[in-house]
Design a protein around this ligand. Structure first.
Ligand SMILES: Nc1nc2c(c(=O)[nH]1)N[C@H]1C(S)=C(S)[C@@H](COP(=O)(O)OP(=O)(O)OC[C@H]3O[C@@H](n4cnc5c(=O)[nH]c(N)nc54)[C@H](O)[C@@H]3O)O[C@H]1N2
Ligand SMILES: Nc1nc2c(c(=O)[nH]1)N[C@H]1C(S)=C(S)[C@@H](COP(=O)(O)OP(=O)(O)OC[C@H]3O[C@@H](n4cnc5c(=O)[nH]c(N)nc54)[C@H](O)[C@@H]3O)O[C@H]1N2
Ligand SMILES: [Mo]
Length: 770
């Protein structure tokens, strides 16, 4: 039924470079979406999965947190969703013999691509201290090894419990409950590296760390400004929403250093016109900004809004809104008076005319949505930048109104829900109080570590056990070498995973891998088949039902793993009935309904087709749950991003064929790269200035404080139309270049989008591929 996919490691000599694409999706996407599924899974399993994804009785696609429209198509998935599903639901499994054949040292030499291609993990394995091999163990043994270790710690704070954003609500809730009942708030998560800056800025300014729009708003807007986001690759179904918005007359502006294919033109694979025709032009204005220039741009726009109001009093600002719902206007006005246009032009690399054009679009639009993703959140000044997004929106009353709002586009399919369920090292007192009341426990109040602080605590030897519920922290976090050394210094690492990755090879003195069911698979418990739930980027919560039989009967669900571990650690006499949770997930939802606001009728609401939308003060009623009860216009101090002579600013980003640290293939079709990832994209003018040429091989060095340079060797230079002074390379490989202490102010997110680098040529120009 299934064919084992090719698992050879990449041969970089094969790499070819082509001109980038000018449009996204369309016929090639349909082919590349369906082909791997059919080949690897066989027609039956593939058909079931592809007809169930994102349907109201099906499962939620795990490839991103984009919402589902009310009217769903027969095939409500994208090319990358199909890839994510195939990757998880493959019937290929890691055989028992694998563990004797491959030592941990051997796995360390393999690429993420190779590791992922070995198939699904199906049995728990344990690596004892002093051994270089994992060996299969029973589930019971695995739980007792982990439990004995945790119980033996001097303090619960010597353990940290990481979460990746694929964990469903019910899973996340029992997990954080276990961790707090155990006695720590050490709950770092992938959000720390992702939208943490968003949460920090929005919570402070508008009182909720989430999007203020609903799906309908895209259909009722005049202007969508997409900042620092590559939807053609990372949220492909958003392109359909953008196409629909355009049909209804909305204008779209893309702010990005790269002319990403999906931002320029879109061919909808689900319409005849999309397949055969020229598709839809997406961006009405492409603002090619320098890396890190957004804060200056946003301030310049707000300043222009205020100046336009001065020229035509009473016509530009939304005075009623500002008066009733906000504070800080006068201070903002005074602050922006000092903003120098020269500083703005230098920081953005734009002309005044380009900024004027965008300002004019904003001023003449009645309803504006600003969306953003990692291009805005992963900078040193990200929190300030996002507060400036809020400033700009508030000036014209663009929050809490149809067709308008602030819209962070989340990444992992349930990263937002995990936070709602309490996955955070600094959950507010109100949540902890409710948890304690519901369960009769005493949750710790001292804040725990986030992802970066977790690594630093490991470096100091303070964290001795690292538990990962999904994810691949050592590959995802910055400063790979430092992070890996820290992880190796722990006493035990435990990973709950579907597939092999680098975090199974970079481990503590002892290590466990606990294999788990994926979201595509039926989860059968004592009370029958169970479903889970997720929250998308616009705060809609809905059920996700496994569709195909588990790839192996030995697998346990994440809820089973967490609750059984909890029993092994805390015993069965405590106040929490873990067994009841495992038997019937409705009991978990009942507890959630009493602890988490907005979930009061969880079991009933989640059973409605399409689920329910969580209450959202700013969106629903312009209620701002901030320290003053008003939305805050804030003052943020611009800080120039320094680019020393002969250096470039490098961003790290995703190729089209990867999901975070998971590499599906070595191609990046839209950017013209085939069979290779060791590339650095550089503007042709910069190449000329640096004495480099397309096809050169370079070593990349990042310079930081007085530390020895961090380096990445043997990269092929690709001449590419990125903003001048800015380069780009792929994550996770380029994480070695980011210093551990290069983090966003306030949110502590690694600065993945602005690394000062030096390129040094190592060879003569290589032959350019066809
Ligand atoms: N297929 C697929 N889907 C995914 C993922 C995946 O890896 N693969 N990952 C998921 C996750 S967890 C997340 S968080 C999202 C990520 O979604 P994105 O944020 O779209 O992901 P990145 O590849 O990091 O792209 C960042 C974009 O911002 C631009 N950019 C970088 N720096 C700046 C800047 O300073 N200013 C501006 N204006 N733009 C900038 C880059 O050129 C690029 O277009 O996608 C989610 N969906
Ligand atoms: N330089 C740089 N670094 C970055 C970024 C960047 O743009 N640049 N982006 C950051 C962002 S936005 C994020 S979100 C993080 C991502 O960080 P993580 O969330 O830690 O990494 P992922 O690659 O998403 O995790 C993939 C692994 O999760 C496991 N997995 C998959 N499905 C399941 C499941 O259903 N259950 C369980 N238990 N495990 C599963 C598989 O074993 C797989 O190998 O990376 C961050 N790192
Ligand atoms: Mo993310």
């Amino acid at each position: 039924m299934s064919r084992r996919p090719p698992v050879e490691d990449p041969d970089y000599d094969d790499m070819t470079v082509h001109p980038p694409e000018k449009w996204a999706v369309g016929l090639p996407a349909i082919y590349s979406a369906s082909e791997p599924a059919l080949v690897e899974m066989g027609v039956g399993r593939a058909f079931t999965l592809l007809t169930k994804v994102n349907q109201k009785d099906g499962f939620d696609c795990m490839s991103c947190a984009w919402p589902d429209p009310d009217h769903r198509k027969v095939a409500e998935f994208c090319e990358n969703g199909a890839r994510a599903i195939t990757w998880e639901a493959t019937p290929v499994t890691v055989p028992t013999t694998f563990w004797a054949e491959h030592s941990v040292s051997d796995l360390l030499e393999k690429s993420e691509y190779w590791l992922g291609m070995q198939g699904r993990l199906v049995e728990p394995v344990y690596k004892p201290a002093g051994s270089d091999h994992y060996e299969p163990v029973s589930w019971q043994k695995a739980f007792s090894i982990a439990a004995e270790k945790l119980k033996g710690l001097a303090s619960p704070d010597e353990a940290a419990f990481y979460t990746s954003g694929r964990a469903a609500n019910e899973t996340a809730f029992v997990y954080q409950l276990f961790v707090r009942a155990f006695g720590t708030n050490n709950l770092p998560d992938c959000s720390n590296m992702c939208h943490e800056s968003t949460g920090t800025a929005l919570n402070e300014t508008i009182g909720v760390g989430k999007s203020t729009i609903a799906y309908d708003d895209f259909e009722n807007t005049d202007l969508i400004i997409i900042m620092g986001q590559n939807p053609g690759t990372n949220h492909p179904r958003m392109l359909t929403a953008l196409e629909d918005a355009k049909k209804k007359g909305a204008k779209i502006v893309a702010v990005n250093p790269l002319p990403e294919a999906g931002l320029l033109r879109y061919k909808n694979p689900q319409t005849a016109r999309g397949i055969l025709g020229r598709g839809t032009a997406i961006a009405d204005q492409f603002v090619q900004i320098r890396l890190g220039g957004d804060m200056a741009l946003l301030q310049a726009l707000s300043k222009r809004v205020l100046e336009a109001e001065d020229r035509n009093p009473g016509t530009v600002l939304d005075h009623d809104f500002l008066q009733t719902y906000t504070q800080g206007l006068d201070a903002l006005r005074a602050h922006l008076e000092h903003l120098s246009e020269d500083t703005v032009l230098e920081a953005t690399g734009l002309t005044s005319a380009e900024i004027d054009e965008l300002a004019e679009r904003y001023i003449t639009s009645d309803r504006t949505i600003i969306t953003w993703a990692m291009g805005l959140t992963q900078h040193r000044k990200s929190v300030d930048t996002l507060r400036e997004v809020v400033n700009l929106l508030l000036l014209r009353g663009n929050i809490g109104r149809l067709g308008a709002g602030a819209s962070p586009i989340r990444g992992h399919s349930n990263v937002q829900g995990d936070r709602t369920m309490g996955i955070w090292e600094q959950m507010p007192e109100s949540f902890l109080d409710a948890l304690d009341t519901e369960f009769g426990i005493h949750s710790p109040r001292e804040h725990g570590v986030d992802s970066l602080k977790g690594i630093e605590a490991m470096q100091r030897g303070e964290i001795k056990v690292w538990f990962g519920l999904g994810g691949n922290l050592v590959a995802a976090i910055s400063d790979t070498r430092a992070a890996e050394a820290a992880m190796r210094g722990t006493e035990m690492t435990v990973q709950v995973s579907t597939k092999l990755n680098r975090s199974h090879a970079v481990i503590g003195r002892e290590a466990l891998i606990l294999p788990t069911l994926g979201r595509t698979e039926v989860d059968l418990q004592e009370a029958g088949p169970q479903f889970l739930s997720v929250e998308d980027t616009v705060c809609a919560v809905h059920a996700t039902h496994g569709a195909v039989p588990p790839v192996a009967p030995s697998l346990l669900s994440e809820v089973s793993i967490v609750t059984r571990l909890a029993r092994a650690v805390l015993g069965d006499d405590g106040p929490i009935d873990w067994q009841a949770f495992e038997n019937d997930y409705d009991t978990i939802r009942e507890s959630i309904s009493r602890v988490v606001p907005g979930f009061e009728n969880f079991n009933a609401d989640v059973r409605r087709k399409g689920g329910f939308v969580l209450p959202n003060g700013p969106r629903d009623s312009r209620t701002f749950n901030t320290s003053t009860g008003k939305a805050h216009l804030t003052i943020n101090h611009l800080e120039a991003l320094e680019r020393p002579a002969g250096r470039l600013i490098l961003q790290t980003m995703r190729s089209h064929d990867q999901f975070n640290t998971t590499i599906y293939s070595l191609n990046d079709r839209y950017r013209g790269i085939k069979k290779g990832r060791n590339v650095v994209f550089v503007n042709p003018d910069d190449l000329a200035e640096l004495g480099l040429a397309d096809g050169d091989t370079v070593d990349i060095f990042s310079e930081w404080k007085n530390e020895p340079d961090r380096e990445l060797r043997g990269y092929r230079v690709v001449s590419y139309p990125t903003a001048k002074g800015c380069a780009a390379a792929y994550f996770p490989e380029a994480n070695v270049l980011i210093p551990l202490d290069s983090a966003a102010l306030e949110s502590n997110t690694p600065v993945s989008k602005a690394i000062v680098v030096r390129l040094e040529k190592v060879g003569a120009p290589a032959a350019v591929g066809a």
